[in-house]
Every structure is written in C-alpha cells, then in structure tokens.
Design a protein around this ligand. Sequence first.
Ligand code: GLV
Ligand code: MN
Ligand code: MN
Ligand code: MN
Length: 427
Amino acid sequence: IHEPDFQDSLSSLSVETESLQRQIDELATLSDTPAPSVTRVLYTEKDVLARRYIKNLMSLSGLSVKEDAVGNIFGRWDGYESELAPVSSGSHIDAIPYSGKYDGVVGVLGAIEAINVLKRSGFKPKRSLEVIMFTSEEPTRFGISCLGSRLLAGSEELAQLLKKTVDGQNISFSNAARLAGYEDNEALSSVFLKKGSYSAFIELHIEQGPILEEEATSIGVVTAIAAPASIKVDFEGNGGHAGAALMPTRNDAGLAAAELALAVEKHVLDSGSIDTVGTVGILELHPGAINSIPSKSHLEIDTRDIDEKRRNEVIEKIKESALSISKKRGVKLSEFKIVNQDPPALSDDEIIKATESSCKELNLSYKKMISRAYHDSLFMARISPMGMIFIPCYKGYSHKPEEFSAIEDIGNGVRVLALTLAKLSMS
Ligand code: GLV
Ligand code: MN
Ligand code: MN
Ligand code: MN
C-alpha cells in the first residue's frame, strides 16, 4: 500500500479561524445565564440544542456520526486501513454555572476543525480519525465528573450508581436522559469500550492556569493529570429559634460546616506541597432563614494532588475532622461520602513525542507540564494511550465568565492537534 507523504502537505495546514470563532460564539449563546457567562448543564434544553449543533458540524465535515446510550457523540472519518484501531480526539461542551465559553468547547470544535484542516490539505488517514464529544465532564447535575468518559472506560460501579442517582430536583438520571432523547440508558454497559478500541486519544484544552501566558509559550504538552477526589458531607443538629435558644444549648449544623471548611484548608496547607489543593465549593444551610439556627448543613469538598498518596492522607484527615467536629458540637455526621477518589494518569510517551515534533515542525514554542484540572483524558487513559495539548488562556482564568483564549492561540492548538493526529494515524 502506498502511504501518502503527509509531510508534503504540511505547509497548507491552515485553520479557518473566523468560522471557528463564530462557532465558539454561537455555542456560547446556548446558555441558561446571560453573556458573558455560560451555563450549560447536562440534558437540559440548551445542552440538547448544543449537542444538535455539534452533530450538525460533524456531518458538515463529512464525519459519520454515532451516539451511545448516554449521549457520548462520535464522528468518524474512515482511514484507508479502517480495520485498525482509530485515533481519537475530543472534549466536552457542558459548562458549569456562570462559567466561560472555552473550557471543553475548544477541544470539541477544535478537533472538528483539525479534521477539516487535514481534509483541506489533501491528507488521507491510514487509521480512522474520530472526534468525541463526551457527556457531562462537569459534575454539575448529578455530582459525578467525567460521566461519559468514566462509562466509556468501563466503570461498572458508575453504571450501577446511575440507576439510583437523582439530581437536586429529585429527577432521576434515567428520566433526565430519557427526556433528552436517550431512551436506552438502562443498558449502560453498552457504553463501555474495550481497552485497545483506540490506538491513541488526544485532547486539546485551554490551560486553565497562567503558566503558558506568563511565559509566552504557545503550547503545553501535558505529561500527567492530577488525581481528583470529591466528598459530600451532611451534618444534622436540632435547629431552633435564633433569638430564644441560648448559646450553650445549641448544636448548630452550620457552624460544624464552617469549621470543617476551615479544617479542609488547614489539612491541605499542612501537606506542605503547593500541588495539594482543596475547595469547599458547595455549602448549604437548612432551613436557610436568618432567624433560624441551621439544623442541617451540606458541604461538597473537592481535593486534588499530583501525588495520590498525599491526597488520600488529606481525605483521611478531613474525615477525622468531620468526626471530631460532630462530637465536639453534638451534631450528627449523617453522611460522609467519598464520591470519587481517582488516581492520576500519565500521558503516553509516543503521543508526547508526536506532539513535541508537531510543535517543532510548526515552529511553535512548547513546554511539558502537568494538568492540575481533570479532563475526560483522565479516564480515556484507562482504555487508550492518552495525551493532551494545552493552549494559553487569559490570566489562567477558567470556570468563570472572564475565561478567554485568543483565536490565534486556539488556531495554533488546532494545527498542533491536526499534525499530531496525522502522525498518529499513520503509525
Ligand atoms: C474540570 O472541570 C475540573 O474541575 O478540573
Ligand atoms: Mn471545567
Ligand atoms: Mn474542561
Ligand atoms: Mn448529601
């Protein structure tokens, strides 16, 4: 078989930045909060419209589109040796409340544009190339991060858990999925993919940190993804009247939560490493009235580290604090649930090398770095060699409306992705 020399067509790897920017802006209008913020939550009307938008773009790029039982979307360009395991790339388009328009979106629209770039250059892939849009990378609705990619990676535990998972409005996962058009979500094992289903997976993403911008470097080549964990905690006290109940008689569930939040910060700082982080992003008090002592409190704690053992030690200490606070304050610790406690993932050496040589050939500066945020790549790494490409973003802002990446930087990321996909497809 004659293998076309894709290096010849290198010079014509040009990204249509105007239409890419237009797509990013159009997708951002599918939001439940006003611009510049974006809110797009799993299986809501806006999410369904955004999915339609992506499927349409995939079709326009000549990809054959498939969807699985939870709405992971796959667009495939057949290679001339289509029996080989394909090379895939993708990310997510769901957006946490009041976030920005680039997180995830750049890796989905960018992957579709990378395919367009390769098609325009005359490149013919040996291995098929596939774009994946993952369902619910963000944990917003059901408290489970990377829902689609966890299932793709074969999480039987998650498949079981989803049968009894409800959202904040008590809508079950199954019903929510059904309302969004995914009828067959009872058979979630149909989503699982075998190890080896892809020869490589590579995700383009904004850095979500300040390093590339500060150092004026075009591309981050990710070597590892930090280990994330999340915990749900509930305290229960007796509540009562904020005026009449005297201080010595109280067992205030709100104060227990406040004390635990500070303990999280303390344990994280005590690790002594700048790589250990912890956040209490949700803290709810019941009944939530100024003149009522909180009778219930609910916290959700996110903690991460590149060192899994150190992260696990922090979780242990948080648990000890929750128990001692409950004892000291006479409140009940009615729940301490570790929702996920994932190991870190390493990028594949061959994918790192392919990405580095793409940067060199395109004359783009790059640096190797770790990802402190998690991504669907963390789970794709369980079934496929994995790599990630980062691009700079303004001041490292993310998960807020000020999130921004310049279209030139996005274009650079797409070119590196296109060339890396081309290389991986021929190997
Ligand atoms: C992804 O959104 C993360 O929280 O790292
Ligand atoms: Mn995110
Ligand atoms: Mn993301
Ligand atoms: Mn709870």
